[in-house]
Design a protein around this ligand. Structure first.
Ligand code: GAR
Length: 198
């Protein structure tokens, strides 16, 4: 039986690509990406879905608002629930979702964040860690709760900031770590190696 995931993203989709490539290589066991959804029509993540032959859909959202409007939440939930996924993966999804969204999916939502939470939540986390400056940063996959970037941590991967690093080189290192971490966490969840929250 397949373990169905839906990926939500707002941007270039390099993490969605890492998941789809690992899935295509048979590295994710029973994991099957059933759809990719975005709040932005022009997001490259939607082209990526086409390249991999996956259904994709844009749910148009007000770009000026950080939080999803209740009507936008309804449209996302209808699209997501039509696929009956086992897990929803936020991979660069830059909208804030509410408790209704989370409860409607029984909390089966994970988020990828580009820092070692609880350090540097919110936006521009790689730059903020670089400028702090810390010596070690990284990425985190956590369960989504209504508080931003605050849910239970599932796994993390550390990245060392070297003296000759720039924001660009650090960003590359953090993204490379994300591309390993996120598919592996999804595989572990699908295989029952990591528990779902109660
Ligand atoms: C990733 O670095 C992810 O951690 C971050 O957006 C990027 C998406 O990249 N997410 C957040 O900042 C969420 N607050 P991608 O579109 O290439 O996968």
């Amino acid at each position: 039986m397949s373990f169905k995931i839906i990926i939500l993203g707002s941007g270039r989709g390099s993490n969605a690509k890492a998941i789809l490539e690992a899935e295509a290589k048979g590295q994710l066991g029973a994991v099957s990406t059933v759809a990719i959804l975005s709040d932005k029509q022009e997001a490259p993540i939607l082209d990526l879905a086409k390249q991999f032959g996956k259904p994709s859909q844009c749910i148009p959202c007000n770009p000026k608002k950080a939080r999803l409007h209740p009507d936008e939440t309804k449209a996302f939930l209808e699209a997501i629930q039509s696929y009956q996924p086992d897990l929803v993966v936020l991979a660069g999804f830059m909208k804030i979702i509410d408790s209704h969204f989370i409860e409607s999916l029984n909390g089966k939502i994970i988020n990828l964040h580009p820092s070692l939470l609880p350090s540097f939540p919110g936006i521009n986390s790689i730059e903020t860690a670089f400028n702090f400056p810390v010596k070690i940063t990284g990425c985190t996959v956590h369960w989504v709760i209504p508080e931003i970037d605050a849910g239970m941590i599932i796994d993390q991967k550390a990245v060392t900031i070297e003296p000759n690093d720039t924001i660009e080189s650090l960003s590359e290192k953090v993204h490379a770590a994300e591309h390993q971490l996120l598919p592996e966490v999804i595989r572990q969840l699908s295989a029952g190696e990591v528990p779902f929250p109660n």
